[in-house]
Design a protein around this ligand. Sequence first.
Ligand code: F0G
Length: 456
Amino acid sequence: MKTIIEPFRVKMVEPIRMTTRAERAAILEAAHYNLFMVRAEDVIIDLLTDSGTSAMSAAQWARLMEGDESYAGARSYYRFRDTVRALTGYHHVIPTHQGRAAERILFSVAVKPGDVVPNNTHFDTTRANVEAAGGRALDLPCSEADDLTSDQHFKGNVDLVALERCLEENRGHVPMVMLTVTNNSIGGQPVSLANIRAAHELTRAHGVPLYLDAARFAENAYLIKQHEPGQGDREVRDIAREIFSLAEGCTVSAKKDGLVNMGGFVATTDDELATPMRNLLILTEGFPTYGGMAGRDLEALAQGLDEVLDEDYLRYRIATVRYVVDRLVARGIPVLRPPGGHAVYLDARAFLPHVAPTQFPAQALACALYLEGGIRGVEVGAVMFGGVDPATGEEREVPRDLLRLALPRRVYTQSHMDYVVEVIETLWAERKRVSGLRITWQAPTLRHFTARFAVA
Ligand code: F0G
């Protein structure tokens, strides 16, 4: 059958408030053309992020009631720990309130000033936490990632030649190599098992531990099953276990493939790192058997980590992303290819060639999509990664301007996706009417969250 059906039934509904175009025009103006400033109630389809926006299952809600809220030694912690151990093989499992807390704890303990941390591509909080520990965060994506339109698989890979060079040039100053699975900043593209195995061999030969940023480990494992030669007959759970077995530890934002609204953890095989990490956890998150989470949340997360590897779920999840991308490609609409794990990325420079890169085409496209159909995406381009160069007073150039439409897990249906496609198609036909933007106010760091814009 060609129709993609959600492998679940709906038991509880959350109403969506419909808005008119005139209402949305006023809302956009009041929000200074920054969708982070728009109330969620004023959004029809919210594709700002797939992080913390999942729908929990009946089984997860049931497990909330089983939460043991004891301060020390709670049963819920041991159930969570055993689930993570069975999946990853890592002995030390340290719960945190979200991914960036796990990153901060790992890097504070493992990274010294002057160290270099290579990664296929750091997510922005990962980069910021390496830098906060005094390290240099180095992105080493494979060269295939530069081509937005080729259908080559595994554009999330790390460049192994560059990684080897980095390890040789910085001997003694690389506390770990990180791999982000899937590679969010490069379009949710997966890393191949062959690439992870090779990174494992290379880091082992250099005596450097390999860590995973495993926020979307299940989507990465499924894409390996789908596209990597020789992997098609394996269970996704088995592939996921192998991925973890090739590294010494991981940081996880459980708000993605953990299928929960808040939570995370850092896990490792390294006894020497585990003790100072737990001490730091006690200082800033909580006692080691709850860390940054309530007992009930540990229960829901343990259940989520199991459910996310259900192959019917993953097939539907990945098919939905592909469905939207394929329909846009068929219309000639510029979209990053091939479809990745969690989001659809529109190429805003190609969508709006009449908007100069200095006029924030992806931000302009985000606003236009909201105006047209009440859809909220997120700019991943000059607003997020650019900024004013203090030396020249000019905007720094960035390689691309993308609009990410991230799909929350188990939240929207196929007809919601048909609506998204229809809105994008309508906007495509009217694209010449979309104007660029200029910044009227910005914060000194992480400006994308609060910047104000006006029509250029
Ligand atoms: N690593 C990756 C690959 C991420 O995508 C994120 C968050 C984090 C770490 C940080 O986790 O938010 O739990 O502290 N990504 C979200 C997004 C915010 O929209 O892509 P966190």
